[in-house]
Write a protein that binds this ligand. Structure first.
Ligand code: GLN
Length: 554
């Protein structure tokens, strides 16, 4: 759409006052608006922590690790970027202080800076700027790159990133950069007022490090009146039109629409002098309409060990929103602790659900509860989708309870089991480094003709994203097949099991890969769509009414 002789424009998104205001969703919404105006858009997240990537962090600390096609383990905001824009990003879209320092230190050791004292300014900031420009140019020049800076203004660790983007604004011409600052405008019940002071302070803190915000996005529990916008504008040095409200919505997918009502896309187009078409959000709007007006309701159980922190299963929760839209159903998610299932037995926690998902995970805590849950849904013909560890639990369960392999286990949980039905791949045996060493990223999978997987994907060749070390042990495949397990998806060389299913069950399917990483609101994933559909059928057979519906929110 845009004329390619022009340079890439940069939109920098910073945050102030408090964290968790939904900066990633705001950046994604901005991206969708610009993309829907016909521009090529790329997003980038700068994470100020020292880890090279989030792959080694506990999900309780950092939420889910979002794996890209190229195998990079990235921040969960990349999941929002991909879902809102409906496109795949690469490792160039997520940088951390760890990666930046690592590159600079390695270059120093190789003599790349001979004679110089290596410093935060200019060496670290130059590395950050070169990464941002690398993304702008690859694989081909983008019209707009949106750079989200993690953390909040005032954090010590994000300073080099803020300094780097300040320098970029100096190096680029005025109409090539735009600073958007996301802040909080709280409502004080006692006085019945929206308070602008935290925003004023945050913008002041940004100005002290040399950045003038062009647009303020104000997260607030209530609409901003014209008066409040004028006041914020006056104190923060922006016109009132550049004060954009971001009030809580039922669904995160409504935010781009709210921003459009606030004329944010027009403002960006005006500031950046972008040549582009008018906005067309009609398909997005009809998706939201379906999302908000479901005709059916189903209850899906998610049995995992990180259930107290929903961010640990962010993409799964979103995949159910997408699959609900596809089925005209509101999906109510029931988060079930696998440890509680071990303690109380499955009946107490699973008797009311219409479908079960057992997600991925690491380590043996809660594993027996998951295996019991799989047995319960297999025997009661409740629709089931297993993901990664969920597939491994389904294999262990069938081995123990149908194939007579007592004590069968994964060697991850019991190195001494007599029946290691899930075992380490040879390539993984001698690996000791922890970061980036699993089977990661997109791999092809061949599906058997006539299988449930075939019907769902309507294809015999698929590509899906992985993040695991252990595999179904081929020595036990025959035994499991005798008990009715079909290995309906295999790696192209036939060696690795990618999907399993049970033909004696209406919907019992599991994948070694992570389908949730590729589900988008405009392109829901077939395994989730199938589970919700099967859950609706199961529920109608049972005649149970489900009352309330849960949609994801920020
Ligand atoms: N812990 C298992 C493995 O490494 C499963 C991983 C996962 O569920 N992502 O193979």
């Amino acid at each position: 759409m845009a004329d390619r002789d022009r340079k890439t424009k940069f939109v920098f998104v910073t945050g102030g006052v408090v964290s968790s205001l939904g900066k990633g969703i705001a950046a994604s919404s901005i991206g969708l608006l610009l993309k829907s105006r016909g521009l090529s858009v790329r997003l980038m997240k700068c994470d100020p922590y020292i880890n090279v990537d989030p792959g080694t962090m506990n999900p309780f600390q950092h939420g889910e690790v979002f794996v890209l096609d190229d195998g990079s383990e990235t921040d969960l905001d990349l999941g929002h970027y991909e879902r809102f824009l409906g496109q795949s990003f690469t490792k160039l879209s997520n940088i951390t202080s760890g990666q930046i320092y690592d590159a600079v230190i390695q270059r120093e050791r190789q003599g790349g800076y001979l004679g110089a004292t290596v410093q935060v300014i200019p060496h670290i900031t130059n590395e950050i700027k070169s990464r941002i420009r690398l993304l702008a140019e690859n694989p081909e020049p983008a019209d707009v790159v949106i750079v989200e800076i993690g953390g909040t203004v005032g954090d010590i660790e994000s300073l080099p990133f803020l300094e780097a983007i300040r320098q970029m604004a100096l190096e680029e011409s005025d109409e090539n950069t735009l600073f958007i600052h996301l802040t909080l405008v709280p409502y004080i019940e006692g006085s019945g007022e929206l308070k602008t002071k935290p925003t004023q302070h945050s913008v002041k803190a940004l100005r002290e490090i040399g950045i003038d915000a062009d647009i303020l996005i104000c997260r607030s529990p209530r609409p901003l009146t014209r008066e409040v916008k004028k006041k914020i504008g006056l104190f923060c040095n922006v016109p009132p039109e550049a004060v954009i409200q971001d009030i809580d919505m039922d669904s995160i997918y409504e935010l781009p629409v709210q921003f459009h009502f606030e004329l944010l896309d027009n403002l960006m187009v005006h500031y950046l002098k972008l040549l582009c078409k008018d906005l067309d959000l009609s398909k997005w709007n009809s998706m939201i309409h379906r999302l908000k007006n479901p005709e059916h309701k189903v209850r899906i159980g998610i049995c995992g060990k990180y259930i107290d922190l929903r961010d640990a299963y962010k993409s799964i929760a979103e995949s159910f929103v997408h699959a609900g839209v596809a089925n005209n159903a509101g999906v109510m998610l029931e988060w079930i602790s696998s440890e509680e299932i071990s303690r109380d037995g499955p009946e107490m926690h699973l008797s009311g659900i219409d479908g079960l998902l057992v997600p991925g995970g690491f380590g043996d805590r809660g594993i027996e509860g998951k295996i019991d849950a799989v047995k319960y849904v297999r025997e009661n013909k409740i629709p089931f989708l297993g993901i990664c560890l969920g597939l491994q639990c389904a294999v262990i369960e069938l081995a123990r309870n149908e194939a007579g392999l007592n004590g069968a286990n994964s060697s991850e949980f019991n190195g001494k089991t007599a029946y290691p039905v899930i075992d380490l791949m040879d390539e993984q045996r001698n690996i000791t480094d922890k970061g980036g060493t699993m089977r990661l990223g997109s791999y092809p999978c061949k599906i058997s003709s006539g299988s449930l997987a075939h019907r769902l994907y309507n294809s015999l060749n698929i590509n899906e994203r992985h993040r695991h070390r252990y595999e179904v042990n081929p020595e036990y495949k025959n035994k499991l097949e005798e008990c009715g397990m079909k290995f309906s998806g295999l790696s192209p060389d036939g060696k690795l099991v990618e999907m399993i299913e049970l033909s004696s069950h209406p919907y019992f399917i599991a994948s070694q890969f992570h389908p949730e990483l590729k589900s988008h609101p405009m392109n829901p994933h077939p395994l989730f769509v199938g589970l919700v559909k099967a859950a609706m059928d199961f529920k109608s057979g049972r005649g149970v009414e489900v009352t309330d519906i849960q949609h994801s929110s920020k």
